[in-house]
Write a protein that binds this ligand. Structure first.
Ligand SMILES: [Zn+2]
Length: 66
């Protein structure tokens, strides 16, 4: 098996990559690629979450014994 990033022999520790660097490169590509596609969907789903976070702040203040 050879590293899909640079083609060197893969290290058992980082299979199928030859080193952590190449594994990071692949992960970076994967994250960058997947981030770009669902970005708009995430934005919509984020709205209710941001709302409940805003609710938490005043609730936290009310919990104070004074
Ligand atoms: Zn490599």
């Amino acid at each position: 098996m050879s590293c899909p990033i640079c083609g060197k022999a893969a290290d058992a520790k980082y299979r199928p990559f030859c080193s952590r660097r190449c594994a990071d490169v692949d992960l970076g590509r994967w994250l960058t690629g997947s981030y770009a596609i669902p970005a708009e969907q995430v934005e919509e789903g984020d709205l209710p979450a941001a709302d409940s976070t805003g609710d938490d702040a005043p609730d936290d203040l009310r919990k104070r014994p004074n």
